[in-house]
Design a protein around this ligand. Structure first.
Ligand SMILES: Nc1ncnc2c1ncn2[C@@H]1O[C@H](COP(=O)(O)OP(=O)(O)OP(=O)(O)O)[C@@H](O)[C@H]1O
Length: 936
């Protein structure tokens, strides 16, 4: 059919394959006419024509909806609550300056400084949002979105963006439909059109032409943005990119609101509360300083300054930095976070339900045993290279021929000297093709001799797959699957030179052989066939009265890195539960190898036993602290177990790769999909995607997730402790009857903006503490501002406040000048306020070092292991020196030069919070050791 003639261009308005005008007539055409209309054929497009079409129609991508322009993003920074409050505050200060008699330059400086806060905050916020968005885009691009198409008869795997009208797409359960297509071949094909129609039940697809109906209702079409949920088939693309129905809807859709995570909400609400408190404290300051006799305007400006200084403006931005650094670190370690929520949940994960194949193991299957009745045959060779030996027996060849015919995977030879043989498709099937090749069988030739006429695809609920072939002697069903499921459908055997009914002894022998292979950790499949009368049997017919040919056992070695990761999870108080569709013996053998099972008596629960259990029994089973394996389970069981763990208050991470894992992935606190081998549906449903599929990456993500939370607490303690250091001296001076403030509002702003922002950001980027995985998971209900956090803020802030107050009073008192004689211009006063400011800056430098660890000594992590923090602290000190020594800055801040002794005293006092905190940590460590029964 592929004439190669230049018929009306597919995708153009004439044949309606694209554009927003008349919809394509393809649903009404018989299959052959569809190919003609789209100028393509069953063999797919020739490569050159596909390239032309890609050029003509552009990439199969949707224009990004809902992205704000840079200007709008920047503008938004000035309209959030804090910014508005600050802008109003600055306006009032300017007004106060205008009304003041005589005018004080300090007032206008304060007004400008407040505006400076707004601009700086906006800049940080904007930079953060911008980089977070860039990160999100980069991460999105890392999630593979490939599809299988036929081009010139050749089966290829292409990025979905390269698909063009006329491409023949191969569809399987779990695939995301890459473009709008007309179905030309369907094997129990069903899709979920929910993204387009809102109805989330599976709808079957046919190949028959349909009468004129709205395109979305055409049962012979599949659409971009939807998923194949069952069966498989082929379809021809008729619209791509923005021309698809999905593209049309996306154009109509308004920008989705950005969702904030509970942590962000917690911080935002806390920041609001602190702002309220700042307002109250500002009012309090106004009230307490009223007796000093200052003018109302002066007092008002001062109170406003204090209030502005106390507002934690930088907090939300620092939080975003911390989260986005966490996300980037995880991506570097192969864990892509799709929803920020997962970062938080990871930190409090209590249970990980993990698949076996690919996650704990390498998913590099090699058939090592073939069992045919009385005889067991070893197979040599490793990996997917089809070289090795297998017994040259007719019954082995027949078993492998049938198994090979019942496969959709394809072996791809290496293209370069450093490459290896690869499998395109299911690795279990890849292993079967390899062993068939080792037996001298050529899949192409076998398929040509017995072309496939229909297929009942594998699904993990049924655990079987069947293909029907036309042979010289009629039709034949080739069936492979889990031995238990397949044996139940067999009535005959053909092995050991015997062909006849399957006896009780045969059955027992097959079960024993299967168990023996499984207990070696091998994945076991049984293979059978039957003769059929016609090409299109119903499934029950094709999968009954089968003749059993034997079993194959395939090895899938554990991933070497998993054992350590499992041990780390154990230490971190996280329970690892294996959930597999495989045989209990295979599951247990693998679980033992990776350390999930260490005791002799693990609890192995099969899907059948789960079915027989009510929720109460299941709950009490999960409550036992046993080593638990769930074997021969289907995705529905997985969902039930996740829900049961959650009922018990667990925070559950669950892995999944198949389309029917989607509900469990969505329901879990952290749905983890496989980037390399998983289906598109699973990846869409998940909140985290593992690029390397390895369990070890989950453990790493948990570690980094815990670190993010810890870091947030670190900078909270850091940022809030200096507020105490600023407020207490002011209150003390007022109550002591000192007529001036020990630290002015502009000085407070200089600390907030000059010396505190950068170290807070550097704390948000701290690497995980080495003992982060030696503690139990954080309770999901634990507040960010826990008693421990507030206690530490008061502890560190209190010491700092005591030190700087002492410095102030010592300095103003040592000269014997009466308090009432002090004016703003008294040198001793200028020196004293400079010392208070420098005292806080130095103390904050040491504070930053001490908050780096919760319980460990700072010396254990090393004083220089966060160079960014040292640089940020160093910058703050240099700025302070400039404020003390440079005349223009002295004029602004009313400061005076400090001498070396002053600096030395301040530095000495600044270390006090650090030393006191070290003593507190040592006490905590000793207490923990005592609880554990002696030091470790
Ligand atoms: N492509 C296939 N065709 C037929 N049978 C298969 C196929 N793949 C697996 N099986 C059989 O079905 C059983 C369950 O496989 P399934 O892929 O559902 O397990 P799973 O839950 O993904 O396992 P795992 O936990 O190892 O990832 C296997 O033990 C095997 O006997």
């Amino acid at each position: 059919m592929d004439t190669g003639t230049k018929s009306p261009a597919p995708g153009g308005r004439k044949d309606g394959t694209s554009g927003s005008g008349p919809r394509p007539p393809v649903p009404g055409l018989p299959v052959d006419d569809v190919f003609a209309a789209l100028d393509t054929s069953w063999r797919g497009l020739p490569g050159e024509r596909a390239r032309d079409r890609l050029e003509k129609h552009g990439a199969n991508e949707l224009p990004r909806a809902g992205r704000r322009t840079m200007w709008r993003q920047l503008g938004a920074q000035f309209t959030d609550l804090f910014a508005v409050v600050l802008i109003v505050a600055s306006g009032i200060t300017f007004l106060a300056y205008a009304l003041e008699e005589p005018r004080d330059a300090g007032t206008v400086q304060l007004a400008v400084a407040i505006l400076g806060v707004v601009v700086l905050n906006a800049a940080i916020g904007f930079a953060q949002e911008y980089s977070a968005e860039r990160t999100a885009q980069a991460l999105e691009a890392m999630v593979p979105h490939a599809c299988r198409v036929l081009r010139d008869g050749e089966r290829l795997e292409l990025p979905a963006r390269d698909v063009v009208p006329g491409d023949v797409v191969l569809l399987e359960a779990g695939d995301a439909v890459p473009a709008d297509c007309r179905v030309v071949e369907a094997h129990e094909l069903a899709v979920n059109n929910a993204p387009l129609t809102g109805e989330s039940n599976a709808v079957g697809r046919t190949v028959d032409p349909v009468a004129a109906v709205p395109l979305l209702e055409a049962r012979n079409c599949v659409f971009m943005g939807t998923d194949v949920v069952a069966g498989g088939g082929r379809a021809v693309v008729f619209a791509t990119g923005a021309a698809t129905e999905f593209g049309r809807i996306c154009r109509l859709a308004a920008a989705a609101p950005r969702q904030k995570t509970p942590l962000q909400l917690q911080v935002a609400s806390m920041a609001r509360r602190v702002a309220g408190a700042a307002l109250a404290i500002g009012a309090l300051m106004f009230a307490v300083r009223l007796p000093t006799g200052d003018s109302v305007v002066t007092l008002f400006v001062f109170a406003l300054g204090v209030m502005v200084a106390l507002v934690p403006e930088g907090l939300p931005a620092t939080l975003s930095v911390s989260l986005s650094i966490g996300v980037r670190r995880m991506a570097r370690r192969h864990a892509l976070i799709k929803q920020l929520l997962a970062v938080e949940a990871l930190g409090s994960t209590t249970v990980v339900c993990t698949d076996k194949t690919g996650t704990l193991t390498q998913a590099e299957m090699t058939v090592t045993q073939v069992w045919t009745g009385g005889a067991s045959h070893s197979v040599s060779g490793v990996g997917y290279e089809p070289s090795g030996e297998v017994a040259d027996a007719a019954e082995v060849r027949e078993l492998l021929r049938v198994a090979g015919l019942c496969c959709n995977a394809r072996l791809v030879p290496p293209t370069g000297p450093r490459e290896h043989w690869r499998v395109l498709g299911d690795t279990t099937e890849g292993a079967l093709l390899v062993v068939a090749a080792k037996a001298g069988l050529d899949p192409g030739a076998e398929e040509a001799a017995a072309p496939r006429v229909t297929e009942f695809p594998f699904d993990s609920g049924r655990k079987l797959m069947t293909t029907v072939h036309r042979t010289g002697a009629g039709y034949q069903a080739c069936v492979k699957g889990a031995p238990g499921e397949l044996l139940a459908r067999c009535t005959d055997v053909e092995w050991d030179g015997r062909r006849g009914p399957l006896t009780g002894t045969d059955r027992a022998a097959a079960v024993a052989a299967g168990d023996e292979l499984a207990s070696q950790g091998l994945r076991v499949l049984a293979v059978a066939r039957r003769a059929l009368d016609g090409p299109r049997p119903v499934r029950e017919e094709a999968e009954s009265a089968l003749t059993l040919l034997g079993l194959v056992g395939m090895l899938d070695p554990p991933r070497p890195e998993v054992t350590d990761a499992v041990a780390a999870c154990r230490r971190a108080g996280i329970r690892v539960v294996m959930v597999t569709g495989d045989h209990p013996l295979t599951g247990e053998a693998v679980a033992r190898r990776v350390g999930i099972v260490r005791r002799p008596d693990p609890v192995v629960v099969t899907g059948a036993r789960l079915d027989a259990m009510d929720d109460e029994t299941l709950d009490s089973l999960l409550a036992e602290p046993s080593e638990l394996l769930l074997c021969r389970v289907s995705p529905e069981h997985k969902m039930r177990v996740v829900t049961a763990f959650q009922r018990r208050g667990g925070v559950v991470a669950v892995t999944g790769d198949g389309a029917n894992d989607a509900p469990a992935l969505k329901h879990a606190d952290i749905g983890v999909a496989m980037g390399a081998s998983g289906t598109d549906v699973a990846r869409e449903a998940a909140s985290m995607v593992l690029l390397d599929d390895s369990f070890a990456s989950i453990a790493t993500a948990v570690r980094l997730g815990r670190a993010v939370y810890q870091n947030i607490r670190k900078f909270l303690v850091y940022l809030f402790s200096h507020n105490i250091g600023e407020l207490v001296p002011i209150l003390a001076a007022t109550f002591a009857g000192f007529p001036l403030v020990p630290i002015s509002a502009v000085q407070i702003l200089a600390i907030d903006l000059g010396s505190d922002v950068l170290p807070a950001l550097a704390l948000g980027a701290e690497p995980p503490e080495s003992d982060v995985m030696d503690r139990p998971p954080r309770s999901r209900h634990e507040r960010l501002f826990s008693t421990a956090v507030v206690g530490r803020i008061l502890f560190l802030g209190g010491i700092q406040a005591a030190c700087v107050s002492a410095v102030f009073f010592w300095h103003v008192g040592s000269l014997g000048i009466p308090f009432d004689d002090f004016t703003e211009d008294t040198l001793a006063y200028q020196e004293a306020i400079t010392m208070v400011q420098a005292g806080i800056v130095l103390s904050q430098f040491f504070n930053a070092l001490t908050v780096r660890t919760d319980r460990q000594s700072v010396l254990t992590v090393g004083l220089t292991t966060n160079p960014a923090l040292l640089a940020a602290g160093g910058f703050g000190i240099a700025l302070m020196a400039a404020i003390s020594y440079l005349p223009p800055l002295q004029a602004v801040f009313n400061t005076a030069p400090l001498d070396a002794t002053d600096w030395a005293v301040l530095a000495g006092l600044g270390t006090l919070p650090l030393l006191a905190d070290e003593a507190r940590k040592a006490w905590l460590r000793r207490r923990a050791d005592r609880r554990r029964g002696g030091p470790r």
